[in-house]
Design a protein around this ligand. Structure first.
Ligand code: MN
Length: 167
């Protein structure tokens, strides 16, 4: 009786060891290619140009600029530490954070933390930047209204000091 339960124990232990060895490489691979943010809804898109971004920011265009709706919609996934340059939007911008952790800062104001579910409105012609936190990426939906007034005016990169300064 005792021997039988010991054999059962060995069988279970072996089964668990086999299952863990099958599952572990998959988990490791997933966290390597997709560190902190699920990209399940939209395609990753194209890498944003180094002229406008520090680090890797992936852009997926959803609604292009046209004269009927005059609205641009797209998705950006910022990898950890990635951020936009300082910039402004002639008609303002709305951000909807769909995953991860990041920052938004209007020039002259404290840096604001962003997380999944946050909504940010940025008024017209206000200089600002947005991006991921150092350890966790951020995914955001952006909406640009009234594009007949313009879409974006790019400025200088956000320095390491500016990025790390909370105020
Ligand atoms: Mn912006």
């Amino acid at each position: 009786m005792l021997m039988k339960s010991f054999n059962n124990y060995l069988t279970h232990a072996l089964l668990i060891a086999v299952l863990v060895s099958i599952a572990a490489p998959g988990i490791a691979q997933k966290s390597e290619t997709n560190p902190d943010v699920s990209l399940g809804i939209f395609p990753k898109g194209k890498l944003g140009p180094a002229d406008h971004f520090t680090g890797k920011a992936w852009n997926y265009d959803m609604v292009p600029s046209d004269t009927t709706l005059s609205t641009v919609i797209g998705n950006v996934y910022f990898e950890p530490k990635a951020r936009s340059n300082w910039h402004s939007h002639p008609a303002g911008q709305i951000l909807v954070i769909t995953d991860g952790i990041g920052y938004h800062q209007i020039k002259g104001e404290p840096r604001r933390d962003l997380k999944k579910g946050d909504v940010v409105t940025c008024p017209p012609n206000v200089v600002h930047w947005h991006g991921a936190s150092p350890k966790t990426g951020m995914q955001q939906l952006y909406i640009l209204p009234n594009t007949e007034k313009g879409i974006v005016k790019w400025l200088q990169p956000v320095t390491e000091e500016e990025y790390n300064n909370q105020n």
